[in-house]
Design a binder for this molecule. Structure first.
Ligand code: GDP
Ligand code: ZN
Length: 458
């Protein structure tokens, strides 16, 4: 595969003690040598070594920067290509200057994710691992990070590949039956095939069962804080943000939605939406009425509904109870430090099965209970720390569903006594869908693999 040489700033934008510009491709070392002046030429140094020197403009030999340069030769590199990494003093100006110099000398500016894409194109990682790298960069919590890391390690890929092997074996047996019908009665072949693909189907279902939690971990749970003016929504927001500073990674080239704030509640990443209104603290101009709350509800996956325990329930409160009827919600009885004036029995009736938590946000009380209630709503205690594979990527989920559907069709065809090669077509489709997850499916490959694994001696 012919790929050109690309370069990009690989450290986060902004100021830092050091920054790093990475060049990857056949020309990486040559480009490095055009701008680097040090003890040795970079083309002469050992691979995986680091060198002190200056960067200069080749035309004038004018020094641009003092640098440390690493030379990493293919294939033992992240992209499997030659890589030169230039470490410079952090700072927007110096980093940009060095990048510009490298681009002038013949590198192309890398697209977002292009180094990882190259690692895939050059066969170092598969598609699901590449996607895991992206997820790791975007991870908002430790737990999301762990899910992504497992994917990068190739755990999901291994499981998918082993499922594909099982399907391939099932297909191969059918193939034997078609070519040598005297070996096996067709009914025996079908029975074996049914059993094999039913096993695969079971495993796909188990993977899909993690999809809901996996997606929450990956994308965060869209959370709306609602309630009448003055009940304590801003206070709740602040309490959650203070207690649970989320790991937020700035992704170069993306603009973060200013209306969102991430918090990490016992491993559950909450994406607090539409916080611009909620964040407002001057409550004399509080505009967040019932209408606004309804809007905030529209895409919510979790609702935190705040009531004021020191006042009687109002028709607005009751209207909001109706509005959240179909939502995952935790009801919060706030201002517990004041003299209670709310009808708790009535509240309990309206709350029903949902968790009810009492807080005094003013005194910082009850927040632990609230967090426990949220975590409990989405994760059984048992799930934490287990070694299971999560599927978190929408593309993977869609492909797993498609593969499952194809297996279902194959099973139906088999039970309807359709010809065995008809069944085989459905199983092949399932195999292809799974192959798309790891980026392997190509029709030619199916044939190649079939014959390489099961030599039929023709
Ligand atoms: P919002 O309008 O729903 O966002 O409510 P705020 O969070 O802005 O709070 C409204 C007022 O209630 C503020 O003066 C808060 O300090 C106060 N407040 C919030 N929580 C409590 C609480 O638990 N107890 C008491 N006594 N006051 C609270
Ligand atoms: Zn407010």
């Amino acid at each position: 595969m012919e790929l050109d040489t690309v370069a990009a700033i690989s450290t986060p934008p902004g100021e830092g003690a050091i920054a790093m510009i990475r060049i990857s491709g056949d020309e990486a070392v040559a480009i490095g040598d055009r701008v680097y002046r040090g003890h040795k030429k970079l083309r002469e140094v050992d691979t995986h070594t680091i060198h002190y020197g200056n960067l200069v403009k080749p035309a004038t030999n004018e020094t641009v920067e003092e640098v440390m340069v690493s030379v990493l030769r293919a294939p033992k590199t992240f992209t499997r290509e030659d890589i030169v990494e230039i470490n410079v003093h952090g700072g927007v100006v110096s980093t940009d200057r060095v990048l510009q110099l490298v681009l002038t000398e013949g590198a192309r500016l890398a697209e977002p994710g292009e180094f990882t894409k190259r690692a895939f194109l050059n066969g170092r990682i598969d598609l699901s691992q590449a996607e895991g790298v992206m997820d790791m960069i975007r991870a908002k919590t430790d737990r999301a990070m762990n899910v992504a890391m497992k994917q990068v390690e190739g755990r999901l890929a291994r499981q998918i590949k082993s499922l594909r092997t099982e399907l391939l074996e099932a297909i191969a047996h059918v193939e034997v039956n078609i070519d040598y019908p005297e070996f096996d009665a067709e009914s025996v072949t079908l029975e074996r095939l049914e059993k094999q693909i039913t096993d695969v189907r079971k495993e796909i279902e188990q993977l899909l069962a993690t999809a809901h939690q996996g997606k929450i971990l990956r994308e965060g749970l869209a959370t709306a804080i609602i309630g009448r003016p003055n009940v304590g929504k801003s206070s709740l927001m602040n309490a959650l943000v203070q207690d649970n500073r989320a790991i937020v990674t700035e992704i170069p080239g993306t603009t973060r939605d200013v209306l969102e704030e991430y918090v990490n509640v016992k491993g559950v990443p909450l994406r607090l939406v539409d916080t611009a209104g909620i964040r407002e603290t001057e409550d004399t101009v509080e505009k967040l009425g019932v209408e606004r709350s309804r809007q905030a509800l529209s895409d919510a996956e979790l609702v935190l509904f705040v009531l004021n325990a020191s006042e009687p329930l109002t028709p607005e409160d009751e209207a909001l109870f109706t509005a959240i009827a179909d939502f995952n919600a935790v009801v919060i009885l706030n201002k517990n430090d004041l003299t209670p004036d709310i009808d708790e029995d009535q509240v309990r009736k309206l709350v029903g099965d949902r968790p009810l938590v009492t807080t005094s946000l003013l005194k910082d009380e009850g927040i632990e209970d609230l967090e426990a209630a949220i975590a409990h709503l989405f994760f059984d205690e048992g799930v934490e720390g287990t070694e299971m594979n999560y599927v978190s990527n929408t593309r993977h989920i869609a492909l797993l569903n498609q593969a499952k559907e194809m297996i279902d069709e194959a099973l139906e065809a088999a039970q309807a006594d359709m010809p065995v090669d008809m069944v085989q077509i459905d199983v092949t489709r399932a195999w292809e869908h799974l192959g798309e997850i790891v980026g392997e499916t190509a029709p030619d490959q199916l044939i190649d693999q079939l014959f390489s694994q099961f030599c039929l001696g023709k």
